[in-house]
Design a protein around this ligand. Sequence first.
Ligand SMILES: C[S@@+](CC[C@H](N)C(=O)[O-])C[C@H]1O[C@@H](n2cnc3c(N)ncnc32)[C@H](O)[C@@H]1O
Length: 203
Amino acid sequence: MSGASSGEHSQTANKSLFFRRWLANPLQMGSVIPSSATFSRLIAERVQFGVDEVVVELGAGTGTITRALLRAGVPAEKLVVVEIVPEMAQHLREIFPGVQVVCGDGFDLPRVLEQAGAGRVGDVVCGIPLVMLPFPTQQKIVGAMLAASPGRGFLHLSYCITSPLPSAKLGLSGNRLAWTMKNFPPGGVWRYAPLQPGPRRGG
Ligand SMILES: C[S@@+](CC[C@H](N)C(=O)[O-])C[C@H]1O[C@@H](n2cnc3c(N)ncnc32)[C@H](O)[C@@H]1O
């Protein structure tokens, strides 16, 4: 990208890339525009990770949450971003030097992270739209996130007022941590955790 830093990259260009991708695949994008700065900050402020852990962001789009995570204090070298659309992954690499951006499928998360040499994982932030997916597909992505960060659970952003996932049926507890009207559409931050936490890797 020509000389612009991550924080300065044109909002218009981001929105236009996002909208083009929505036209190409609305279900994969889930929204017509990126998350607002307020919504992104609400998510980033709730992320937890240990000194020996990385934070994983799934479905980063044009990087509004990535930017908020960096601003909230996640060091660039402790952030691993997984985005399925090659054009978006390339865009993220250009605007976030130092962040490991993987063009890959969140449904294959443990293998994607292993290939990236990501190491131990703290919180996973899931930006992939899950609410419209059939239950077996939800089970698959939840299983992938729990396998990547055993015993931990994950954060999920959603536009639903009620839980976007059938938490009990998935063996999860689900809590809405925050809600904002300052997003289009209004959105909430959810934390899901396994009802029966498995052992942490290496611990
Ligand atoms: C609702 S957008 C969220 C984008 C960004 N996090 C934001 O809040 O503005 C969903 C993003 O998830 C990506 N995505 C969808 N399915 C995915 C998958 N299986 N693996 C990785 N990324 C995926 C889409 O390409 C899109 O960028």
